[in-house]
Design a protein around this ligand. Structure first.
Ligand SMILES: C[S@@+](CC[C@H](N)C(=O)[O-])C[C@H]1O[C@@H](n2cnc3c(N)ncnc32)[C@H](O)[C@@H]1O
Length: 250
């Protein structure tokens, strides 16, 4: 077998870091190609797989290579408590764009309009994966594949189509923009082909997205509260979609 550290070096510049056991587990479950995975304690990692991830245990058995702690620490910015790290091949942009453009759709696309916080973006990708959303599109400069976003997404970038696009390139489908000034969401059924847009943490929805939106919806909130956190707003909206129309596979 090739030295895992050499293999790591070969892929590092173009692959996505899966930081920790759970990120690796999720990525494998959703079909990621993982050319290299290391651990500081193979026995402990496989025991964790036995306990929590029987479906990918065999794959992990063939994949995980034990390396000294020092070698592992040199590969990651901050050692993860599980002592597991892996690299995954990023899905092609073309493939993701095809998924995002496909109609009819069975679940909405989430749009984050110029998000600023990497942790929020990761949390939203995790939510989108959980609800079986078609994808998460970001506009603006934030890279939704930034290592901090991938860390926040717990390896679930492989469970939904994640891409950055221009506002003029948003996927097809009726655009519902979420804003505290909109109409009460409880009076609206969100269709499966909805494109659900959320504004930036600092400035809210851009004028461009607002102008394109066919519907402006608000989440119930007391008058003295100005807004919810971005990821929380996505959670409530996806829940509303799942409760009124679609539903994630149980
Ligand atoms: C933190 S908020 C943005 C606050 C920002 N200062 C503003 O002026 O709107 C981020 C996004 O979450 C969504 N959001 C937050 N609270 C909401 C609410 N009560 N109803 C609908 N959307 C909401 C909106 O899409 C908003 O743009």
């Amino acid at each position: 077998m090739t030295d895992p550290l050499l293999r790591w070096r070969e892929y590092a510049a173009r692959a996505v870091l899966l930081d920790g056991f759970h990120a690796l587990k999720h990525a494998l479950r959703f079909g990621a190609e993982v050319p290299v995975a290391v651990t500081t304690d193979r026995r402990a990692a496989l025991a964790l797989a036995e306990e929590l991830a029987g479906d990918v245990r065999q794959t992990l058995e063939g994949l995980l290579v034990e390396v000294p702690e020092q070698a592992y620490a040199a590969l990651v910015a901050r050692p993860h408590p599980t002592g597991v790290a892996a690299l995954a091949v990023r899905p092609s942009r073309e493939a993701n764009l095809e998924v995002l453009a496909r109609t009819p759709r069975t679940a909405p696309v989430v749009v984050l309009d110029n998000p600023r916080n990497l942790g929020n973006a990761g949390a939203v990708i995790r939510l989108a994966a959980g609800f079986g959303a078609t994808g998460v599109v970001t506009t603006g400069t934030l890279d939704p594949w930034h290592p901090t976003v991938v860390r926040g997404g717990a390896g679930l970038h492989f469970a939904t189509a994640v891409e950055r696009l221009g506002v003029d390139e948003l996927p097809p489908g009726p655009l519902f923009a979420l804003d505290p000034e909109g109409e009460d969401i409880r009076g609206t059924e969100l269709p499966d082909d909805a494109v659900l847009a959320f504004g930036s943490e600092r400035t809210g929805l851009s004028a461009d997205v607002r102008a394109r939106a066919g519907h402006l919806l608000r989440l119930p909130m007391r008058p003295q509260v100005s807004s919810y956190n971005l990821a929380t707003s996505v959670a409530m909206t996806l829940y509303h979609w799942s409760a009124t129309a679609g539903a994630p596979a149980a």
